[in-house]
Design a protein around this ligand. Structure first.
Ligand code: HEC
Ligand code: HEC
Length: 273
């Protein structure tokens, strides 16, 4: 309560309220007094309504100009303004945002890795850190541990525990499809972008992800891009209702460059480069 009066904005508001109150009382008082004593004078019009007459008064100039002004404004409003021209402030705002986004996208279209990482860190700290933690460790299991995800250890984790919630037509990936050496070999292969000789054990995965890992036309994720910003972009646009919890979709909330940047940044957490 005391603090309220220490705030200078509040003090000014209270002062203004007191002045307005005093003025109101004074003006009202003045007119009430005038109504008691004033006698009207002037020439009466011929018309008379049940004994109530009307003085012949000039049209007040201020009122007439205001009336004309509103008519002109109405014509301007209907023709140049919203209804005919389909103008709206929200529309103008959206156009400006789209123009800025385009400028932003072309400015950073060829940004190098360091620039993307720095930009990504900014996006990450604002958009992702509240759930994933400043260090990306998932804050004791509240969200995915990004110091592991996207690397070989991340694939091993997926093979061991399965995965769900990205919303692919294939549904969930079952846990424990491979283990031991077989899992290691496949994880190594997937984490390296599926380059080099394909281990025979990958046949277990090919049934859903396809022999090329590309996910059979959108039935399952394209794991040939696992560990790249492209895969992160897919996750961001899908959102995920997983075993740990729900991650909202960032579709339309980040620009393509921002998605690439934040992807580059979080992958640097698990790739140490
Ligand atoms: C029964 C079909 C099926 C099989 C078999 C399968 N997957 Fe998957 N996989 C999926 C689906 C569906 C998803 C997406 C799951 C989700 O919504 O999170 C997925 C997701 C993944 C992901 C992404 C995980 C993430 O963090 O987003 C990786 C990596 C992966 N699979 C690797 C493999 C590997 C390696 C194998 C072979 C050992 C394999 N999958 C076998 C269906 C399968
Ligand atoms: C509201 C909390 C929340 C926010 C904000 C959030 N995440 Fe997540 N994220 C999660 C949770 C929870 C999971 C684990 C989902 C699961 O598998 O159970 C997750 C999983 C992930 C994964 C692993 C996905 C996979 O396929 O296994 C990635 C990558 C990721 N988040 C990146 C991000 C990035 C980048 C941002 C910021 C742009 C972000 N997240 C913002 C909660 C969040």
């Amino acid at each position: 309560m005391n603090n309220m009066f220490q705030d200078n904005i509040n003090q000014l508001s209270l002062l203004a309220a007191a002045i307005i109150l005093a003025l109101t009382v004074w003006v009202a008082g003045k007119y009430i007094k005038q109504m008691k004593t004033d006698r009207s004078t002037g020439e009466l019009a011929d018309e008379n309504w049940d004994g109530i007459g009307e003085y012949k008064n000039e049209l007040p100039a201020g009122w007439a100009y205001t009336f004309l002004g509103t008519m002109i404004w109405a014509i301007w409003y209907w023709t140049t303004g919203y209804p005919v021209n389909a103008y709206s402030q929200i529309g103008e705002y959206n156009e400006e945002v789209a123009a800025h986004t385009k400028q932003f996208e072309s400015k950073w279209a060829n940004a190098d890795k360091e620039t993307l990482q720095a930009m990504g860190e900014g996006v990450y700290l604002v958009q992702c850190a509240p759930c994933h933690g400043i260090a990306g460790d998932g804050m004791g299991g509240k969200a995915a541990d990004l110091s592991v995800w996207g690397s070989k250890a991340g694939v091993l984790d997926t093979i061991k525990n399965g995965s769900k919630g990205l919303g692919f037509p294939m549904g969930d990936m079952p846990a424990g499809l491979l283990s031991g050496d077989a899992a290691e070999k496949v994880a190594e292969y997937v984490a390296n972008g599926m380059k080099g000789d394909q281990p025979a054990e990958f046949a277990t995965c090919a049934g859903c992800h396809g022999a090329d890992g590309k996910g059979m036309n959108g039935m399952a994720p394209d794991i040939s891009t696992y560990g790249t910003p492209e895969f992160v972009k897919m996750v961001l646009e899908h959102g995920k209702k997983g075993f740990i919890g729900t991650m909202v979709s960032f579709k339309g909330r980040l620009t393509p460059i921002q998605e690439k940047a934040v992807g580059t940044y979080i992958l640097s957490l698990s790739h140490n480069d």
